[in-house]
Each structure stands twice: as structure tokens, then as C-alpha cells.
Design a protein around this ligand. Structure first.
Ligand code: TMP
Ligand code: ASP
Length: 233
């Protein structure tokens, strides 16, 4: 099933398979932060994030979101539709945290009146800089129509995920999405959705249950990822 390694990122590997349209996505235990400056392993992260992403992609698929996810095939692997990743990281925020606090002086924990969508250029060499729709059009990473689709899908995914997590006693503070295009030009949600790519706080205590525990050495990293997995099980 697993053929050639196509791509290795910081947290995942992508392999080709016997089927031309299907890739295998493998989740690693490796964790990095601050554009790779901080590096470590989080035990069992690969299997936890594969589980969490599979549950979330299945839920989104049931709610008519086109996703690359096909099926979870082992503890750390899933099959996905082959797409060309659009080199944009789409961040959606409901509550101020992270770079919104650091770069723009928001008060951490302040609820935003409307979801705030941002675009970052997916480039390790350039450190994923924040950029605008005009940059994206100038760089021809996507056209106006693609961006409208991406924005609409992101907003709908946000609505679905807020409901999904709140039923599990979790606040969806913010998250990052990546999209890709399949061979027919359809835009599919890709990559992963996990505590690596979301900020998730306990609804009652506001305890951080995501990668910020690793980024800022808050302790109980694996336990927090496991806690999210348990609440989704
Ligand atoms: P930020 O506040 O650091 O900009 O992060 C916003 C959201 O995006 C947060 O949920 C974490 C996620 N994220 C990634 O998935 N990958 C990244 O490289 C960065 C910087 C953030
Ligand atoms: N994923 C990014 C990195 O590896 C940043 C982050 O998640 O904080 O450096």
C-alpha cells in the first residue's frame, strides 16, 4: 500500500500508494514550534492526532464539507485524496490568543465579535509570514474565486467545529486550515485538524489543552492531547 515518500513535513509524512489518486498520510510524534526553532517528541502524538483528525474530518464530511480524508487505516495512518496543497495557511480566530496578542496587543481570552480570518504564506524558508488577499493574487497562489470558496468553507467549518467542541466541554479559540485542489480542480480541506493546529481550552477552567503547552513549556503536554482524544471518543 505504502509506496514512495512524496513529502515530509514537521509532523507528517505523505506517501504515494498503489492508487494514483490516493495518498497515505502518516502522523509523527515529532513536534516543532516557532518555525522549527524548538524541537522535541511528544509520545503518542502521532496516533492521538491521527485519531482526532479522523474523527473531525468524518464529522465535517457528514456535514457536507469536501475533505481529502478517506479512511483511517492504522494507529498513525490515514488514506487521503491526492491534492495539490494551496500554499496558504488559513487561520480562523474566535478568541484572542497567540500572535493576535503578541503582534496586535489584544487581551488574551477576549472574545472576538466576529470570527477573524487571516492568511499566512506557507513557506518554512520565509517563516510563514502573515499576508493579504492582494499578496495571494499577486503571487498567483490562488484566484479570487478560490479565495471566496476558501473563506466561505472556513467560516462554515468554524461554525461546525464550535458546536462540535462545545458539546465536549471545549472552547475553540482558533485554528489553522490548509486546502488543496484535486485533479478536477475541486477545493478540498486537507492537512490535519488536531491540538497541533487548534487552540482548545477547557470550557470551565480555560485550561489550555493544545500545542501551547509544548510551545511555552506548560507541562502535561501528552496528557492534554490525550484529554482531547478522550473527550472525542
Ligand atoms: P498563532 O496565534 O500563533 O498565529 O496561531 C494561530 C493558530 O494557528 C493556532 O491555533 C495554532 C495554529 N498554527 C499552526 O497550525 N501552525 C503554525 O505554524 C502556526 C504558527 C500556528
Ligand atoms: N508549526 C510551526 C513550527 O513548526 C509553528 C507552531 O506551531 O508554533 O515551527
Amino acid at each position: 500500500m505504502k509506496n514512495k515518500l512524496i513529502y515530509e513535513g514537521k509532523a507528517k509524512k505523505i506517501y504515494s500508494t498503489d492508487k494514483d489518486d490516493i495518498y497515505l498520510q502518516e502522523f509523527k510524534d515529532d513536534a516543532t514550534a516557532f518555525n522549527g526553532l524548538k524541537k522535541d517528541r511528544i509520545s503518542h502524538k502521532g496516533e492521538i492526532n491521527n485519531f482526532i483528525s479522523s474523527v473531525i474530518f468524518s464529522y465535517l464530511k457528514e456535514n457536507s464539507i469536501p475533505v481529502h480524508f478517506l479512511e483511517k487505516i492504522s494507529e498513525t495512518e490515514m488514506l487521503v485524496s491526492r491534492v495539490n496543497i494551496i500554499k496558504i495557511e488559513v487561520v480562523c480566530r474566535n478568541i484572542a490568543a497567540g500572535s493576535l496578542v503578541k503582534k496586535f496587543g489584544f487581551e488574551e481570552g477576549k472574545e472576538l465579535e466576529n470570527p477573524l480570518i487571516e492568511f499566512y504564506y506557507k513557506s518554512d524558508e520565509l517563516g510563514d509570514p502573515l499576508f493579504s488577499e492582494d499578496h495571494i493574487l499577486a503571487m498567483k497562489l490562488a484566484d479570487k474565486n478560490d479565495l471566496d470558496v476558501v473563506r466561505k468553507m472556513t467560516k462554515y467549518i468554524n461554525t461546525l467545529l464550535i458546536k462540535f467542541f462545545s458539546e465536549k466541554g471545549i472552547k475553540l479559540v482558533d485554528f489553522k486550515l490548509e486546502f488543496g485542489k484535486d485533479k478536477n480542480g475541486n477545493i478540498l480541506l486537507a492537512d490535519e485538524i488536531s491540538p497541533d493546529t487548534c487552540r482548545l481550552w477547557d470550557s470551565v477552567t480555560n485550561k489550555k489543552l493544545d500545542k501551547d503547552r509544548f510551545r511555552f513549556d506548560l507541562g502535561e503536554v501528552e496528557e492534554s492531547y490525550q484529554e482531547i482524544k478522550n473527550r472525542l471518543s
